[in-house]
Design a protein around this ligand. Structure first.
Ligand code: SAM
Length: 193
């Protein structure tokens, strides 16, 4: 029992350290996505909330962040940190089912370093597209498979930009311009086609 608690604690500590290193990306992603005061943001694969809490600070008290995170430990940590900071964040445990129950439609959907985790990326994008009203915007950041591989997702897990563009096309999105981004990333926004 003690061993299980110890390994859970160690796992969470590792996630906090690893994802915390990406905190400087939050204002960059937020600016690219156009997150602003009063918005509703849906953060898919929010992890331990290193970026989510920044978005919640930007939207202010009239906005709301839905943090979708299937990992219970990460989500619990994220929600505790948001509560302690008095930030407007609601946690969602399960992807597809949870998305259909959003109390408010998102203005922005953040999908950063998460699409490559999906068993079925097309299904994930289709579920996202279903809950996005026409003027809303999806922001995607992924690790570039042509990068040196010094940090982030392992090479075999990385998704080629062309694959992301094809998936967006297939699932009802109109992609904007793809850009190189810090720490071996590429990013783009997409609107509803
Ligand atoms: C690498 S972390 C990214 C965290 C954060 N978005 C960032 O940019 O640093 C990927 C997160 O996606 C979550 N995840 C994995 N599969 C998922 C799925 N099918 N739907 C939503 N989130 C998923 C994982 O639990 C993990 O917390």
């Amino acid at each position: 029992m003690d061993d299980a608690i110890h390994s859970d604690t160690a796992r969470l500590a590792r996630l906090i350290t690893r994802q915390g290193q990406k905190r400087p990306l939050a204002p960059i992603w937020a600016a690219q996505a156009g997150i602003g005061p009063g918005m509703v943001v849906l953060d898919i694969g929010a992890g331990i909330g290193a970026l989510t809490l920044h978005y919640a600070t930007m939207i202010g008290p009239d906005g709301l962040v839905f943090a979708l995170e299937p990992d219970d430990q990460s989500r619990t940590h994220l929600l505790a940190a948001a509560k302690q900071a008095g930030l407007p964040v609601l946690g969602l445990p399960y992807p597809a089912a949870a998305l259909d129950q959003l109390a408010r439609a998102p203005d922005r959907v953040m999908l950063t370093d998460t699409l490559h985790h999906a068993d079925d990326p097309a299904m994930m994008l289709t579920a996202i597209r279903r809950v996005m009203p026409a003027p809303s915007r999806l922001f995607i950041a992924e690790y570039d498979p042509t990068g040196p591989g010094l940090l982030g997702a392992k090479m075999p897990q990385r998704m080629a930009p062309a694959r992301v563009l094809a998936l967006l096309d297939q699932t009802g999105f109109r992609p904007g311009t793809m850009q190189a981004a810090p720490d071996e990333h590429y990013c783009l926004t997409a609107t509803c086609a």
